[in-house]
Structures are given as structure tokens and as C-alpha cells.
Write a protein that binds this ligand. Structure first.
Ligand SMILES: [Zn+2]
Ligand SMILES: [Zn+2]
Length: 348
């Protein structure tokens, strides 16, 4: 079907007429033939995919029927991990599977750590419901925008205990360092959790630390792909490479090899690069906070019904200037009653 080419308007009109006339009968016939051939090809391709070992049908089957091999590193006594459709559910009792002072004397995993300030946390691991559940995609994708982390758990470690970010309460971690145990963990007023490289099982190596709330795994300071500290990490400590659990390169985080303090390293201080899905269980069995009378009987050493800065401990000491409304250098029972929320002992 040759189309006359010309620059004059008259010939263009002629050409259109020619095509229209031609289309009405023969073009229809060609179209039907093309449709028939492409239909045949589609069926053939589908059939080949179906019987092939590498077809997309098999990939979809893998997505929904197998847990990522890295989940084998999680302590099965503390965690329950299973697929739910295209998601993975990671349930943990939140308890660490190793020794720490935060178990309290008498517990089989209690460790003597005289330098740890126990007053900050106030309660022991066994006093709290440490449980937490994460539901993440079994095949997480990088998001277009990073997402900041929140207070509370940002991930679950292979020990069973939760991972927190680089903040404590609403401030810097520095203020809480005195309460951190030998392996980067402590108790806040809530569950036991890690802020720093958990040396119980991660010693400047490639060990899996855990999984974050966006579904990506986080490893130690070295990468299995090179055996070295990776040099291609993004601001969140992430990069794409193979790991000890997968031959296919995939996105994962590392503890960034930048010393925070005294040979300690922050686990995760950046933003999520995937899409976080935080789902937490209702808290139960929270111990009651001490009453005002209990706090005074515990701290008011000179019995003058006023707490001086030397008498108080823990959160009350940290917030002393906020609680001491009239700034006379003493906290009265009335001032403690009206103290803002972070202070312990606000009310029973
Ligand atoms: Zn903390
Ligand atoms: Zn890596």
C-alpha cells in the first residue's frame, strides 16, 4: 500500500482519499490477520511461561510461600514469625535472650552490672509487657520519600527485644547513657530495648541485628558482600548488595561505623527508606506508678516534706526545674501533683 508523497495540498487530499478507500476493505483484512497472529503468540508465550522454571508464575508462588531466609536468625523462643498473604507477621514477647542487669536479681539471666543506673527505668523486664508485633511486606520496596522514625519500637531484633532509634524520650540519648547495659540496651519506663550495637551477638561483624518497621533487615557494621565496612551507604546506613542470606542483591541497612561514644555505635539514627507499618499490641499489666506519698517516703531524706535536688532521682531529677514551678529549689507535694507527664509519680 503505497501512499503518494507530495507537498501540495491537492495531492495530500488525494492521498487521504486513497487511504480511506483502501482501508475500508483490504485494511480490515490485514487487521484481522495481525489480530490472529498476535493472539496465537500470546497463547504461546503464556504456555511457555507456565511450563518454564523461571516464569513469573513461579516468582509469584515464591513470594507467598516462603519466609526470607534471614528470619532463621530470630530466636524462636521469643518470636513467632509467619506469612499472612503477602505480609510477614513478626510477633515477639520483647524479651532479650541474653544476660542483663535489667532482669533483676534472682532471674537466671541476671548479670551484675554495678555501673548501670537502675533508677532511670524504675522497673525490671519482668514487670512489663514487652510484647510487640510488626506486620511488614514480605517483599518491601524502597519508598519515594524517607520517613522519620518515632519514639517506641522501630524494629525487632533477633534476640527478641525491640530496637529503638537514637533518641530517649523526646531528647538526646546522652541523658540516658548511665542506664544502658553491657549490650546497648536498657529499660525506659516501658519495655527493654536497644539503642546501641548489641555486642551480645554483634561485634563489629556482619551478624543480622533484626528487622525494621519498613520490612528491611539491619546488619552489623560489616557487610557479608565484601567482609568490610561498606563505603556506599546512604544517610540511613542502607545499600543494595548480597548478604549471607541472599545471593540476589537486596536493600538492607547496616549499623553505621561511626563511633557514638566510648566504642559504642548507634543502631539506627536515620530515616526509614521503605514504608514503615507500625502495629502495636495493647499494653497490659502496666505496674501502677508510685503515689506522691510513696515518692516522698522514698526520697525525702530529711523529712521536711520538700524534695531538694540532691534528694530526688531519675525522671524527677531530670525535670526538676520544670516541676519546681515557683523555682524555690524545692519540689512540694502540690508541685509534684501538677508535674507534667514525663515526670514519674504524677499520680497513681
Ligand atoms: Zn531508651
Ligand atoms: Zn550490606
Amino acid at each position: 500500500m503505497l501512499i503518494p508523497i507530495s507537498s501540495t495540498n491537492e495531492n495530500e487530499i488525494h492521498a487521504y482519499a486513497y487511504i480511506t478507500k483502501y482501508s475500508s476493505k483490504k485494511m480490515m483484512k490485514y487487521l484481522l490477520i495481525i489480530l490472529f497472529i498476535s493472539g496465537f503468540m500470546a497463547i504461546t508465550v503464556f504456555f511457555l511461561w507456565d511450563i518454564s522454571d523461571t516464569g513469573f508464575k513461579n516468582d509469584i508462588a515464591e513470594v507467598s510461600s516462603a519466609l526470607h531466609p534471614a528470619f532463621s536468625a530470630f530466636d524462636t523462643n521469643n518470636t513467632d514469625i509467619y506469612l499472612e498473604g503477602t505480609n510477614v507477621v513478626i510477633e515477639t514477647n520483647g524479651e532479650p535472650n541474653h544476660e542483663t542487669v535489667w532482669w533483676g536479681k534472682g532471674h537466671k539471666l541476671y548479670k551484675e552490672e554495678p555501673y548501670v543506673d537502675m533508677n532511670r527505668g524504675g522497673t525490671l523486664i519482668t514487670d512489663e509487657d514487652n510484647s510487640f508485633t510488626l506486620t511488614v511486606s514480605s517483599h518491601p520496596q524502597l519508598a519515594e520519600e524517607p520517613t522519620a522514625t518515632n519514639m517506641g519500637p522501630i524494629g525487632i531484633s533477633v534476640s527478641g527485644a525491640n530496637i529503638f532509634n537514637d533518641q530517649e524520650g523526646n531528647g538526646a540519648l546522652d541523658g540516658a547513657l548511665s542506664s544502658i547495659d553491657w549490650t546497648g540496651g536498657h529499660k525506659g519506663p516501658t519495655e527493654y530495648h536497644y539503642h546501641l550495637e548489641p555486642v551480645a551477638w554483634s561485634k563489629d561483624d556482619e551478624a543480622l541485628i533484626g528487622i525494621l518497621a519498613d520490612g528491611f533487615f539491619i546488619y552489623g557494621r560489616k557487610c557479608h558482600a565484601t567482609g568490610e565496612h561498606p563505603t556506599d551507604l546512604d544517610a540511613s546506613g542502607g545499600h543494595i548488595s548480597t548478604t549471607q542470606y541472599t545471593k540476589t542483591p537486596e536493600y538492607h541497612y547496616h549499623i553505621i561505623n561511626e563511633e557514638y561514644i566510648n566504642g559504642n555505635y548507634i543502631i539506627f539514627g536515620g530515616d526509614y527508606r521503605g514504608t514503615p507499618t507500625i502495629k502495636r499490641k495493647e499494653r497490659k499489666n502496666r505496674p501502677p506508678r508510685p503515689s506522691i506519698a510513696e515518692i516522698f517516703s522514698f526520697m525525702d531524706d530529711d523529712g521536711d516534706n520538700l524534695l531538694s535536688v540532691n534528694e530526688v532521682k531519675g525522671p524527677i531529677k531530670n525535670d526538676f526545674s520544670i516541676i519546681d514551678k515557683n523555682t524555690d529549689g524545692f519540689i512540694s507535694k502540690e508541685e509534684l501533683e501538677k508535674a507534667p507527664k514525663p515526670a514519674q509519680g504524677k499520680r497513681r
